[in-house]
Each structure stands twice: as C-alpha cells, then as structure tokens.
Design a protein around this ligand. Structure first.
Ligand SMILES: [Zn+2]
Length: 91
C-alpha cells in the first residue's frame, strides 16, 4: 500500500482506495491503467533493447566475416606468390 497524489484533485490518496475521498475519481481504475501502461512501456523498451542488441551483433558478425574473408584471400594470395617466386627463381 502506498499513498499517491490523486491525478484529478492532487490530494493524497491510498492506491488501494476505490475512489478518491476528495473528488470521487476512481483511483483503482487509474492505478490499473497506469500499471498496464508501465507494463507496455517495459515491453517496448525490452523489444527496443533486443533490437539494438541484434543489430549490434549483426554488425559485429558482418565485420568479423568480412575480416576473415580478407585474411583468407590475403593468405591465399601470399602463399601463391611465395610458391610462384620459389618456382621462378629455381629455374
Ligand atoms: Zn481526487
């Protein structure tokens, strides 16, 4: 149980009270709506965080794949060049 400010009149009201004793606003409906909204906001932030994480992972993996391909091609060309030099200098 917690005290909150009535969103209508600003008086202190228990969040368990059904209605505000000062203005009659349905506090319980307001609290459940606010809980639903905060739950949806949490879900939106979680989805956003997951999206950013997946994007980040994708970018990192893409860079790692490109780097590995460049290293592999470079290694292949270097070994070919070494072999070619070895073969041409012997003759
Ligand atoms: Zn009130």
């Amino acid at each position: 149980m917690a005290l909150m400010n009535c969103p209508e009149c600003g008086a202190m009201v228990s969040d368990l009270a059904r209605r505000c004793p000062h203005c009659g606003l349905s506090v319980r409906d307001y609290v459940t709506i606010e809980q639903k909204v905060s739950g949806i906001q949490k879900q939106i932030w979680t989805a956003f965080a997951l999206f950013v994480l997946v994007l980040f992972m994708f970018v990192i993996i893409k860079h790692v794949v490109i780097l590995a391909a460049v290293v592999a091609i470079g290694w292949f060309l270097f070994s070919r060049l070494k072999l070619w030099r070895h073969l041409t200098t012997r003759e």
